[in-house]
Every structure is written in C-alpha cells, then in structure tokens.
Design a protein. Structure first.
Length: 278
C-alpha cells in the first residue's frame, strides 16, 4: 500500500552528479539583499556570488551546488544551478573563482526546484555528501521563480527591503496591481511601534509612492528623514513595514483621499506618537 505522504529525497533528482565532487553553497542574506532576489533578477550577480572566496579556499571541489535561502522560511532553499570550478586565484575575500554554469547538470531545475534543508551552525559551504540525506524536494515550480508573488491588496505588510526588491526588479504582478491605484497607507516601525500615515494621490499611484520610499527611505517626510539620519539606512530597510490601509480608484478626488488620511492618523495616533507630528 502506498502511504499518503512520502518525501522525495534530493538524491532521487541528481542523477549521475557525484555528491563527493560537489560543495554546497548555501547563500544567505548578507545584510543588504536576499539571495533569492539576486537569483531571480540578476543572473550575472548570482554567478558573482558563487565566485566569491572567503578567507579560506572552500570551493575546493569540481562543482558548486548552489542554493538561495528563502526570505521567510529558514528551512527552504531555491536551487541556483550547478557550477563547475575551472580555476581560482589565491585572493581571499574576492570573486576569485572562475566558474561555468553546467546546464547539463540539473539545468531544467534551476530557479524552479525548492529544497527543504536545515543545516546546523553558521557554515554556508558544506561537503554535499555529508548532508544529502537531509535534503528533500519541496516542490518544482512550473516556471522559474521571478520574485515574491503579489499577496493581494489586503495582504501588503512588508519591510522596506522586500519593497525595494519589488520596485528595483520591477515585479510585474506588483506593479500591475498598484500603479493605477491611489490610497492611504501606514508605515510601522516594528522596533518602537510608532506609525506614520501617508497617502498616494494626485498623479502618483501607490506604485510610484513605493518607489519614492525605496529610493529615499523617507518619502520626503521630515520625521522619517530624521529617523534615517539617526538610525541609518539598514535600520529603515529591516524594521519599517509598509501596509495598505485603503486602496482607491484613480478617479477618487484628492480631498477625499486626504480626508481618509486624516481619519487614519486619528485612529492610529500617529500625530501624537509618530512621525506625523513633524
């Protein structure tokens, strides 16, 4: 009798690829950008990530089996392809490896295969055979991963670093949903609990307003500008969350949007305790 659930081991998919010839590269968030965003949007940069040598010569095998960490689930990884190491320079903390992408080795699974795996410790470069029995297939996407899918207007509650990826990589489902809508939004500082309420009106849609925050981090608000100066850009990207309170059609009058903005400032007390007091 076949059981209802049998996990598929990764070993069932690797074919003739010898795990003892592979070094796992478990790429993680580097404090500035998430690896899944790099893999989705900039293949040249993703190759650069796999060329990087730390202090020690750790990609010392024939192949690199690359994985990009999911931004939400610590046990979930996107397969980034197999690279053959064709040369190296004795230069630490630089992109010192010469590599070439091996499309013939699991190429159809690149950016489509999600793997379940929870490596112990902080090591990100591992001998593949030592952990292969811990790695399971979660899913294979129909199309290559191209960015976090749009969650819906009533589910936008994202940090600035996620929004930066959506804007700079021009995620089409996000742009399509937001570029022709106006509305009222709130920005929460998840460290302090303070809120800033703002709106997108006039010729600016919500998508355009997001772009202004991504590029300036303060959107022109004095209180948020002071916070950037005090805490720094990394604090803003990691701790400020943008949520949509109300979405409105383009024909909505500006005065109606501003009236709703004022209402939400009263509800959330953002004038008394947040950046709206400046």
């Amino acid at each position: 009798m076949i059981s209802d659930y049998q996990p598929i081991p990764l070993s069932a998919l690797i074919g003739d690829l010898d795990p003892t010839a592979c070094k796992l590269h478990c790429a993680k968030y580097n404090g500035h950008v998430h690896p899944v965003d790099v893999l989705a949007a900039d293949w040249k940069e993703w190759v650069g990530w796999n060329r990087y040598r730390p202090q020690r010569d750790e990609f010392n095998r024939q192949f690199i089996f690359s994985l990009a960490h999911d931004r939400h689930d610590p046990g979930r990884w996107l397969f980034g392809g197999v690279f053959e190491v064709t040369g190296s320079r004795d230069v630490p903390k630089a992109r010192s490896y010469s590599i070439r992408y091996r499309d013939d080795l699991m190429g159809p699974f690149t950016r489509r295969l999600w793997i379940g795996f929870s490596p112990s410790g902080r090591q990100v470069r591992l001998n593949m055979e030592t952990v292969l029995d811990q790695m399971e297939v979660i899913m294979v996407q129909e199309k290559p991963y191209s960015g976090e899918p749009f969650p819906g207007l009533d589910r936008i509650n994202h940090t600035f670093d996620v929004l930066a990826a959506a804007v700079t990589q021009n995620w089409q489902d996000w742009r399509g949903a937001l570029q022709n809508l106006k509305g009222v939004y709130v920005i929460h500082d998840q460290k302090t609990g303070k809120s800033y309420v703002g709106s997108a009106y006039g010729t600016d849609g919500i998508w355009s307003r997001l772009g202004q925050y991504v590029h300036s981090l303060d959107g022109g608000n004095k209180g948020l500008r002071e916070l950037v100066g005090k805490k720094g850009p990394d604090y803003m990207k990691q701790n400020l969350r943008f949520a949509l309170l109300e979405a409105m059609l383009p024909k909505t009058a500006d005065e109606d949007i501003l009236d709703r903005e004022s209402y939400w400032k009263d509800v959330l007390l953002s004038r008394q305790f947040g950046p709206n007091n400046t």
